[in-house]
Structure formats: C-alpha cells, structure tokens
Design a binder for this molecule. Sequence first.
Ligand SMILES: Cc1cc2nc3c(=O)[nH]c(=O)nc-3n(C[C@H](O)[C@H](O)[C@H](O)COP(=O)(O)OP(=O)(O)OC[C@H]3O[C@@H](n4cnc5c(N)ncnc54)[C@H](O)[C@@H]3O)c2cc1C
Length: 266
Amino acid sequence: MALEVVRVDSVEAAAALLASDGGARFIGGGTIAVRDVNYGDGSVSRLVLPEGLNLDLIQVKAGKATLGAAVTMAKVEVHAQLGFLKPVAHSIGGPAIRAMATVGGNLFAPYPFGDFTVAMLALGAAVTVEGPEGPQTLDLEDFLSRSRDPAEIVVSLAFDLPNALRFTKVIRRRPHGAPVLSVAAVLPIVGGVVSGARIAYGAMAPRPMRARAVETQLEGRPLDPATIALAVKQATMGCSPLTDPQASAWYRTEVLPVHLQRLLSA
Ligand SMILES: Cc1cc2nc3c(=O)[nH]c(=O)nc-3n(C[C@H](O)[C@H](O)[C@H](O)COP(=O)(O)OP(=O)(O)OC[C@H]3O[C@@H](n4cnc5c(N)ncnc54)[C@H](O)[C@@H]3O)c2cc1C
C-alpha cells in the first residue's frame, strides 16, 4: 500500500485528519511508529508530521514544569532545571534514539517501554490533549487507564517540581536496554514522616502503574528500615507483568521487591 506523508501546521488540523482517517498516524519522533511501518505495519497509510506546532518547548516557572509533547529525551537530559529527570531521559535508548524519542510518544510506547511515563506518574503529571471534543486536561493515571482515542493528540505534560525524584531501571543489556522493570518515587517528608508519596512502576503491568499499596504503607510513617520493610511486603500488590524477551513475569515479580527496597533505602 502507498504511504502518504502529510505535514500539518496546527494541532486542530492534525486532530481532524486523524479523526477522518483510521490509517493516519501522528508522528512524534517516529522511533516506534516509523519502525513499525518499516517492519510492514499495513494498517498505516498516512504519517501525520507536525510542523511549527511549538510542541517542543519546555517551560519551568513558579515551581511548575510544562513539557511540550514533542520535547525529546535529549532536550530533557540537558535542561538545567530538570536535573532530576536526567537519569530517566538518559536511560532511554542510545544517543540517536534520545535525539528523536519524545515525551508524548513515550505515553504510547508498547510494553515494556514507557520509562519516562513512569517518572511522570510518580510526579503526578497532568496531560493536555486536543481531540474531537476540543482541549482537555487529565490526570496522567486516568489518561493511561482509558482506551486510546486515535484522533486525540497529546499537547503537553505538566507537573510540580519535586524536592527529589528517585528512579531505578533494571536492564539486561548495558549501557542501554529495554527495561526488565523501572521504578520511580517521589517521597515528600513533612514533620519527619512521609506525606503524599507517589510510587510508579514500569513493566509490572501492561501499562505504567501506581504502587498504591506501597504508598499507603509509607503514609504518615518515618522512612526508616521498619517502615520500608512493611512497604516492601506490598511491592507486588496489583501487579500483572508480562513475559517477554527481557524477563518472565515470574522473574519480574521476584526481583521487584529487591529493587524497591534499595530505592526506598537510598
Ligand atoms: C532501539 C530502541 C530503544 C528504545 N529504548 C527505550 C527505553 O529504554 N525506554 C523507553 O521507554 N522507550 C524506549 N524505546 C521506545 C521509544 O523510543 C520511546 O518510548 C519514545 O519516547 C517514543 O516516542 P516517539 O516520539 O519516538 O514515538 P513515535 O514513534 O513517534 O510514536 C509512538 C506512538 O505514539 C503516538 N504519538 C506520538 N506522539 C504523540 C502525540 N503527541 N499525541 C498523540 N500520539 C502520539 C504515535 O501516533 C504512535 O502511535 C526504544 C526504542 C528503540 C527503537
């Protein structure tokens, strides 16, 4: 089948095109979408390339960061005010991938990918989308739990700057590889106890997920060895990992508590 490349100069035009043509695919960096086409994905007849949409801007102001959906991992890696995200962005592919891979595309990355999305979940990010219903802002967790609307375009991700973000990614092939699993955590301490912890996992379910049982165990307690031991007992609650070439579902379940324990104790 012939493949058409369409350039669009507004988010609305792109959303309208995607709504009217089931064979059209929006392209972020293309590290997944273009590869799929090259590997013979016959469901795609049009590649929709954004041009001059200003989706590649980063704004950090008044304790809040907003990342345009087309911001690349390479751009995040070197941003002076986003140092806490550097290890996350740097863990994604090699330099050539990071120069193209976008934060918007990462939301749709197939299992076991989605490491940046895991960090965004731990940061409590909100997603702004443009679609047939017009612009909408959703909690990232709600966004990930819905089925994908093919006519919807992610415009940006926004989150409050954290005091610190903890992140770990288990890989089999160094220096970069698809994740066996990843864990991100924001652990605010107020008055000596954990208050409002957010912990997220990658590759422990078909989509990145919150570790709510662990968060509940930590809440209102000092982040000491006794609390961590209690929380780690809940590590795999709600998880449903898959088996793939990186690891079996069994292996992922076995090693998650070890890595969570290390991350919380760091
Ligand atoms: C060799 C290699 C290594 C990789 N390593 C990792 C890794 O370690 N960790 C990881 O998480 N990922 C990894 N990836 C996967 C991928 O590169 C990243 O997840 C990347 O962030 C995807 O973004 P993209 O812009 O390239 O997506 P694209 O390929 O452009 O798009 C992917 C999907 O998202 C949709 N999409 C893109 N942008 C938008 C938007 N703004 N609105 C709506 N839909 C959109 C597309 O339509 C498509 O369905 C790797 C890929 C390769 C090829």
